[in-house]
Every structure is written in structure tokens, then in C-alpha cells.
Design a protein around this ligand. Structure first.
Ligand code: UD1
Ligand code: CA
Length: 459
């Protein structure tokens, strides 16, 4: 038997209303699959044993969450939310604490709310405590039928009378149960309803019949309990979550010219006095230092950007590490494995891949630098190309400190340029260059005087 409070999280449904080949709980919201959020909320609220019920696309869901603290429970046929909890019954044998049941499609619920629900449940000594909300538009949710503090019943929209549909207090789909009670009451559920499913919501009426206490905790902010059933709700939830992420960052000292167009994934870190211009995308495991300027159209994925860096318009950076004080772009593309040590300048239409640039080295215009190790104070002229691929294998270019590369040079890798050398403009370098040398590999210029005039006369 594992230790700590137990929670069952439902994630087996197909999500029919999403009209998707992908399981509903794997659809991303601010960079994480939807199910990430209910799991994280339960963890942060102190639930240690997390039992996740999966069915539809179970393998993909399990693969997406390799976390050690999860127990997976298979629900082969999805016969309803009540049936889903029945499937988890075996794994709860011997557990006597309060049981949290939470749904995988309610991503905005905050850990603090789960804690409140649990506190209220134990304080009230209820058999069932339901999390509810007042929804201006309750359509699609189960309705809460009360007699004062006692909840008599939850009625699904499809089974509700005209009068019951007028009720605006809805079931969030999150509950705290007395474990022994709910496990025995599950056996009494039936499928006599409009959807022919075992409704977990029927547990409430069962508690009332057994003469037990049922309670509800109504959340202050109804958007927290929003359930995601279709792609409109998915987009709506993402807007709300994005706003929260951006607000937290702004309260933490980050400026955003237009926070409605700052697309920042959950978990991205940004230092103080960094400014984001409109339409910036910061994704995945990304961190941005202090005093940075991120201009419009910049996309950063899984990268570290140190303090005082200026990312100019339209630049894309993936799986790269950028040291302090760099200027990048406009329209630069740093592909995986790029490391800029610090105070580097990467200009417009420069592409880099799997390359390290030492302190203060720069490539200001129109270059491709791939599979390279470059020292400090190296200057790549406009149009420098590392020819790293011979059609079969990739080869390395090494450029030592203080090398000056004139414009329009190609390095046919593998090749090494010794420190403090100068590569003359227009050279194609096929052999290693010793230190302190001049390398020049272009044919000597020939001027044929009067040639043009003679041609013109003939025609
Ligand atoms: C459910 C509630 C409803 C509540 C709403 C809140 C029931 C009968 N209804 O309705 O009162 O207002 O949530 O969002 O419980 N699932 C399984 N196995 C199943 C069926 C569902 O794991 O056999 C999972 C789904 O993957 C989903 C969750 O349970 O994560 C809720 O199921 P869903 O079909 O979305 O229920 P709702 O119709 O939204
Ligand atoms: Ca739902």
C-alpha cells in the first residue's frame, strides 16, 4: 500500500466532441497536455497517490506521463464516470483516507481550491462533498439540486426537467468522498438514464438515501472549473491560462507591450526588466534572462537566453544556449545545438546549427555556420558558408581565436583555421590554414581592355 492521500483522475473518455484522432486529455494547453494540469493541481494540493483511469488511447496517454507517482488503471469500455471509479476500486482496497476524484478535462482548477474542498469536506464530516460553481450559462453541466446545505441530487443536462435546467449551480466534476462509503455505493449504480452510462453523480442521491451528509463547495471564480469538451472550450481555456501566465510574469517585473499576443508556455521563466514586444512565442523549457528585449515575431523553443540579450524581429531559436549581451537577428535562425558564449552578434539571415561561438565572435549577415567550433573574437564576413555536408557525412569546421574571414568565403569541412589568420574575401578553403597566415584561394583577376566595345561593334 502506498502512503499519503489518494486521488483518482479520470482520463479514459474518447472526447467525442473534440472530433479528433488524439485523446482529449493530450490536446495541449500552453505547452502541456491538458491532463498535466489536473495531475499537478492534485499533487500541489497534497495528494500523493495518483491513480489515473485511462482507456481511449491509453498507451499514448501513459507514454506522455512517465511520472513515477502515477498508478495507471485501465477502463477498457468507457461505460461512464461511475464505471471509471469502479475500475479503480481494487487499487483503493485498504485505503481509509478521504478520496479526491478529479477529471482530466478540467485544466484550470487551482491547487488551493482542491485544498479548500478537502478542508471543507473533513470539517463537515460529509460522505460526499461536491465542487460546484455558479455558471451564467450552465449548458452541458450537471445541475446541483439542493435542500439548504444538503445536496439532494446532481441531474445531468440530458436527464434534467425544464425546471431543473434553470438551475445555474453546476457540478464541476470534482469531489471528495468518504472512501468506504463511495466504494460500497458504486455497487448500487445503474445505467437507467438518457446516456445509458453509470453516472458517478448518482452517488450523491445514494448518500442522501443512506441518511448521510452531502455538501457542496461553490468556487468563487467559475472559470476555474470549466470543463473542456470541444475545441472552442479548449481555445477559451488556453486564453484564460495564457492571461494568468502573462499576468504572473508582469507582476514579477516583465513588460509586455501587448500581453494578449504574448504566447508563453507554462513554466517559461523570464527575468525582470525584460520587454516583450507584440506577437512573441516562448515555448517549452525556455528561460530568458533580465534586461532582454524580445522583438515582434520571435519564436524561442527549449532554449536558454542570458541577461541583456536583444532578439530582433522574426528570429527563430531552437534548443540553443545564448550567453549574455548578444544581439540576434532580425530574421536569424539558430537551430538545435547552437551555443553563443556571450557578447555575440548574429545578424540578418544567418543560420546556425550545432556550433559553438566563443566570446565576442560575430556573423553579421547572410551566413550558414554548421557543425563548427569557433573561438573568440572571430569575424565572419557577409556570406560565409561552412560546407559541412558531403552528401553522406557531416564534417566539422574549427576556427580558432581572432580569425578574420572576408566576405563570401566557403569552408569545405573538415578544416581548421589557425588563430589570428585572415581569409581573403571570395576564398574557398579546402585545406587547413596555419596560425597568423593569409589564406587566399581565388584566381587572379584579368582585365581585357576594350573587349566590350569590340563585341558591341560586331552585333
Ligand atoms: C461530467 C459530469 C457532470 C459535470 C461535468 C463537469 C457525470 C455523469 N457528469 O459530465 O455532472 O458537470 O463532468 O465537467 O459524471 N471518463 C472516463 N470514463 C468514462 C467516462 C468519462 O474516464 O467512462 C472521463 C473523461 O475522460 C473525462 C471525465 O471523465 O475526463 C468527464 O467525462 P465527460 O464525458 O466529459 O463528462 P461530462 O459530460 O462533461
Ligand atoms: Ca467534461
Amino acid at each position: 500500500m502506498q502512503k499519503g492521500l489518494a486521488a483518482v483522475i479520470l482520463a479514459a473518455g474518447k472526447g467525442t466532441r473534440m472530433k479528433s484522432a488524439l485523446s482529449k486529455v493530450l490536446h495541449p494547453i500552453c505547452g502541456q497536455p491538458m491532463l498535466y494540469y489536473p495531475l499537478e493541481a492534485a499533487r500541489q494540493a497534497g495528494f500523493k497517490q495518483l491513480k489515473v483511469v485511462v482507456g481511449h488511447q491509453a498507451e499514448q496517454v501513459m507514454e506522455a506521463f512517465p511520472d513515477k507517482d502515477l498508478t495507471w488503471i485501465k477502463q477498457t469500455d468507457q461505460l461512464g464516470t461511475g464505471h471509471a471509479l469502479m475500475c479503480a476500486a481494487d487499487s483503493l482496497r485498504g485505503y481509509s483516507g478521504p478520496l479526491l476524484l478529479h477529471c482530466g478535462d478540467v485544466p484550470l482548477l487551482q491547487p488551493g481550491t482542491l485544498q479548500q474542498l478537502q478542508n471543507y469536506h473533513s470539517q463537515q464530516k460529509a460522505a460526499v462533498t461536491v465542487l460546484t460553481a455558479q455558471m451564467p450559462n450552465p449548458q452541458g453541466y450537471g445541475r446541483i439540486i439542493r435542500d439548504g446545505e444538503q445536496i439532494l441530487q446532481i441531474v445531468e443536462e440530458k436527464d434534467a426537467s425544464e425546471e431543473q435546467r434553470q438551475v445555474t449551480e453546476i457540478n464541476a466534476g470534482t469531489y471528495l468522498f468518504d472512501t468506504a462509503f463511495v466504494l460500497s455505493a458504486l455497487k448500487g449504480l445503474n445505467k437507467n438514464n438518457s446516456q445509458g452510462e453509470y453516472y458517478l453523480t448518482d452517488i450523491v442521491a445514494a448518500a442522501v438515501t443512506a441518511g448521510l451528509k452531502t455538501r457542496a463547495l461553490c468556487v468563487e471564480d467559475p472559470t476555474e472549473v470549466m470543463g473542456i469538451n470541444d475545441r472552442c472550450q479548449l481555445a477559451e481555456a488556453e486564453v484564460l491560462m495564457r492571461w494568468k501566465i502573462n499576468a504572473d510574469l508582469m507582476f514579477g517585473g516583465v513588460s509586455m507591450t501587448d500581453p494578449t499576443t504574448a504566447y508563453i508556455d507554462n513554466g517559461v521563466e523570464i527575468g525582470t526588466d525584460t520587454t516583450l514586444n507584440p506577437n512573441v512565442h516562448l515555448r517549452g523549457k525556455t528561460s530568458i534572462g533580465k534586461n532582454c528585449i524580445i522583438e515582434t515575431g520571435v519564436v524561442v523553443v527549449d532554449s536558454e537566453i542570458a541577461d541583456g540579450t536583444h532578439l530582433k524581429a522574426g528570429s527563430a531559436i531552437e534548443e540553443s544556449r545564448i550567453g549574455p549581451g548578444c544581439t540576434i537577428g532580425p530574421m536569424a535562425h539558430l537551430r538545435p545545438g547552437t551555443v553563443l558564449t556571450g557578447n555575440n552578434k548574429i545578424g540578418n539571415f544567418v543560420e546556425m546549427k550545432k556550433s559553438v561561438l566563443g566570446e565576442k565572435s560575430q556573423a553579421s549577415h547572410l551566413s550558414y555556420i554548421g557543425d563548427s567550433e569557433v573561438g573568440c573574437n572571430v569575424n565572419f564576413g557577409c556570406g560565409t558558408i561552412t560546407c559541412n555536408y558531403d552528401g553522406v557525412n557531416k564534417h566539422k569546421t574549427t576556427v580558432e581565436d581572432d580569425v578574420f574571414v572576408g566576405s563570401d568565403c566557403q569552408f569545405i569541412a573538415p578544416v581548421t583555421i589557425g588563430r589570428n589568420s585572415l581569409i581573403a574575401a571570395g576564398s574557398t578553403i579546402t585545406k587547413d590554414v596555419p596560425p597568423d597566415s593569409l589564406a587566399l584561394s581565388r584566381t587572379e583577376q584579368k582585365n581585357i581592355e576594350g573587349w566590350r566595345l569590340r563585341k558591341q561593334k560586331k552585333s
